[in-house]
Design a protein around this ligand. Structure first.
Ligand code: ATP
Ligand code: MG
Length: 223
C-alpha cells in the first residue's frame, strides 16, 4: 500500500502568556492509503493538535507533514483550504450542521464552496445521503433528526467530494451506544470502499474495532 500520511519529527508548540506548551513532541508516523487508524490518549495528550495538523487546519512548529506526497508543513492558508476541500472529509463530535438548512442543503454546502454546478451538486449530495441511509430525510432540518441521523448527515457531507481521507474527532462522543455503533459501522464500510479513516476516540471498545491503534501520551506516540 502507498503512503497517504507521513509525519517526520513533528512538534507543535503553543505560545501562551503563561509560557510555551509543547503539545506534540517529535511525532514520526506513516499512515497508508486504505488504513483504519484509531488515535487514543488521555485528555490533553495532543490528539486534537495532531488532528488539526493532519487536517491541514494548523501547521507544525517543527518537522514535516506530507499528505499524498505533498509537503503541507509550511504552506499558505489558501493552499491548506484547497487541500482540505479536495482531500479530507471531517466528522466532528458535535456534528457541526447548519440548523437553518435541510440535510440536503447541509451536504451541498461544501460543494458550493468547491465551485460544483447546481445539477451535479444536487446529484452528489443525494447520492451521499442515500449512501448513509437517509434518502427519506433529505428535506429535514437537523432539529428534526435524531443525533445518530445528524451524524450520518455529517458523514454524507464528509464523503460528498469522495475525499481519500476521513478524519473523525470523537464522532460517537454525543451518541448512545446504538447510534454510535451505526456510525462506526458506516465508517468501516467507507473504509472498505477505499477511504482511509483516522479516528480520535476515548472509547477503548471503539478503538479496538480499528485495524491499528496509535497511542499518544504527552505529545509523543507510543505503539
Ligand atoms: N490553542 C492552544 N493554546 C495553548 N495550548 C493549547 C492550545 N490547544 C491545546 N493546547 C494544549 O496542548 C495540549 C494538547 O491539547 P489537545 O487539545 O491536543 O489535547 P487532546 O488530547 O485533544 O485532549 P482532549 O481529549 O481533552 O480533547 C494540552 O496541554 C493543551 O492544554
Ligand atoms: Mg481533543
Amino acid at each position: 500500500m502507498s503512503t497517504l500520511i507521513q509525519l517526520r519529527n513533528v512538534s507543535k508548540i503553543y505560545h501562551t502568556a503563561a509560557g510555551e506548551v509543547r503539545a506534540l513532541d517529535g511525532v514520526t508516523l506513516d499512515i497508508d492509503h486504505g488504513e483504519f487508524v484509531a488515535i487514543v490518549g488521555q485528555s490533553g495528550s495532543g490528539k486534537s493538535t495532531l488532528m488539526n495538523i493532519l487536517g491541514c487546519l494548523d501547521l507544525p512548529s517543527r518537522g514535516v507533514y506530507r499528505l499524498s506526497g505533498r509537503n503541507m508543513s509550511r504552506c499558505s492558508s489558501i493552499t491548506q483550504a484547497h487541500v482540505r476541500g479536495k482531500e479530507i472529509g471531517f466528522v466532528f463530535q458535535g456534528f457541526h450542521l447548519i440548523p437553518s438548512l435541510s440535510a440536503l442543503e447541509n451536504v451541498e454546502l461544501p460543494l458550493i464552496y468547491r465551485g460544483i454546478g447546481r445539477e451535479e451538486r444536487r446529484h452528489r449530495a443525494k447520492e451521499s445521503l442515500r449512501r448513509v441511509g437517509l434518502s427519506q430525510r433529505m428535506d429535514h432540518r437537523p432539529c428534526e433528526l435524531s443525533g445518530g441521523q445528524q451524524q450520518r448527515v455529517a458523514i454524507a457531507r464528509a464523503i460528498a467530494m469522495a475525499p481519500p481521507l476521513i478524519l473523525a474527532d470523537e464522532p460517537t462522543g454525543n451518541l448512545d451506544t446504538t447510534s454510535g455503533g451505526e456510525v462506526m459501522k458506516m465508517l468501516h464500510e467507507l473504509n472498505g470502499e477505499g477511504h482511509t479513516v483516522v479516528l480520535i476516540t476515548h472509547d477503548s471498545v471503539i478503538a479496538k474495532s480499528a485495524k491499528r491503534r496509535i497511542c499518544i501520551s504527552d505529545g509523543r506516540v507510543s505503539y
